[in-house]
Write a protein that binds this ligand. Structure first.
Ligand SMILES: [Zn+2]
Length: 79
C-alpha cells in the first residue's frame, strides 16, 4: 500500500512488473473516488541484510520439502 501523491489517501496496488531480478514497477490506483489518480512506483533491493546460508541442507525432511515448494524468482511474474 502506498499513499496517493496528490490527495494522500491510500492507493491500492493493481499490478506490477519486474524490470530485473531486483527491480520492480508497481502500478497503483488511488482509492479516493474524487481523485482516482493512477501512478507507478519503483521498488528495488537496496541492501542485503543477511546473505542466505549457503551449502547447508536442512536435516529435517519436512523443512526440506517446504524449501522445495518455495516459489522461484520469475522476472516476468506479477504480484
Ligand atoms: Zn488520490
Amino acid at each position: 500500500m502506498m499513499h496517493c501523491p496528490f490527495c494522500r489517501n491510500s492507493a491500492h496496488s493493481r499490478t506490477s512488473r519486474y524490470l530485473s531480478d531486483s527491480v520492480k514497477h508497481r502500478y497503483y490506483q488511488c482509492q479516493n473516488v474524487l481523485c482516482s489518480a493512477t501512478f507507478r512506483s519503483m521498488e528495488s533491493v537496496e541492501s542485503i541484510i543477511r546473505q542466505p546460508v549457503a551449502g547447508d541442507e536442512p536435516a529435517d525432511e519436512f523443512i526440506q520439502g517446504e524449501m522445495d515448494k518455495a516459489p522461484k524468482q520469475r522476472p516476468s511474474a506479477t504480484q
